[in-house]
Design a protein around this ligand. Structure first.
Ligand code: TA6
Length: 290
């Protein structure tokens, strides 16, 4: 762990040379570089990096909600807490060629006032050649049931948003956050971008592709336990209005999030939920097979 430059951070590396950087603050993934040392995640140059505010970019853990509702802050408090290294993580599969760190966030007394439920949130981050895997587990530590929504808010780095295409969400229903969360059905063959977008695609397939034509790179997102996918790009006007985002930043980022939003997860006392996300970055053109 390198504590220089603010929040303690963990650097993962693996034999082919790819790396990932994880902050204890928020359990946030701040960087994922491939074996050619190319950064695959977007982080805004104007990111504030203030102790009380999550950095805009990377992968953010949104819990216990991914909306703006009630007393809870937008996207929940987990991204604004100092997490710990998990002293008793679940066992790792044997013979796995990966570099792993296990983090944990437990409910704190101060949070019980705004979200009165005791929980443990474990996060396993594993890096292997060309792949970054996140396994999240939420455990109800209380004597009554609770419900939550959840998202992994992934900021992908792209070369030019106008040249990006997302495959896997066509024909699905979505809630449009720009239209008071009204429900629509996607008509396009693939999603392309020429203005602001903020949608929750519902009951998506387990595989989504983010195809960056200019870089000839495809991100493949595979997910389990998180039925929905959020697609967000603020475009020019909203980017300008965000204090921690550069005016031009919207051109080189796209959020495609794994999420459980429409059907909140309900856990009885001592029950556990698990969500898994695997990201891979593949050079050359995307082929639509599995
Ligand atoms: O749907 C994605 C979204 O909730 C947008 O509405 C937008 O606000 C974005 O996430 C970023 O949220 P943040 O709280 O990180 O500024």
């Amino acid at each position: 762990i390198n504590v220089a430059g603010g929040s303690p951070r963990i650097i993962l590396s693996e034999p082919t040379g790819s790396t990932a950087e994880v902050l204890l603050y928020g359990g946030q993934i701040l960087s994922w570089k491939n074996e050619r040392r190319e950064e695959l995640l977007f982080v805004s140059n104007k990111a504030l990096g203030k102790p009380s505010k999550a950095i805009r970019g990377g992968i953010l853990i949104c819990f216990p909600q991914f909306v703006n509702f009630g007393l809870l802050e937008q996207h929940g408090f987990a991204r604004n807490k100092l997490w710990s290294l998990d002293p008793s993580p679940s066992p790792l599969p044997s013979a796995n060629n990966q570099s792993t760190v296990d983090l944990i966030l437990k409910s704190a007394e101060e949070d019980l006032k705004i979200w009165p439920h005791r929980f443990e949130l474990q996060l396993r981050i594993s890096l292997s050649a060309g792949k970054l895997t996140l396994i999240s587990r939420v455990r109800n530590m209380d004597n009554k049931a609770f419900s939550f929504t959840f998202a992994l808010h992934n900021y992908f780095s792209v070369s030019d948003i106008s040249e990006v295409r997302v495959g896997g969400l066509e024909t699905l229903d979505y809630l449009d956050n720009l239209m008071h969360k009204e429900r629509y059905t996607e008509q396009a063959d693939a999603i392309t971008f020429d203005s602001e977008i903020d949608r929750v695609y519902l009951s998506t397939p387990t595989k989504i592709a983010i195809i960056d034509h200019e870089k000839k790179r495809t991100f493949v997102l595979r997910k389990e336990g998180m039925g929905d996918a959020v697609v967000w790009n603020p475009w020019d006007k909203k980017a300008k209005a965000l204090p921690d985002m550069g005016d031009e930043d919207y051109k080189t980022m796209l959020c495609v999030d794994s999420a459980a939003i429409e059907a909140p997860v309900t856990l009885k006392p001592f029950e556990e939920w698990m969500g898994r996300q695997e990201l891979s970055a593949v050079s050359s053109s995307y082929c639509s097979g599995q």
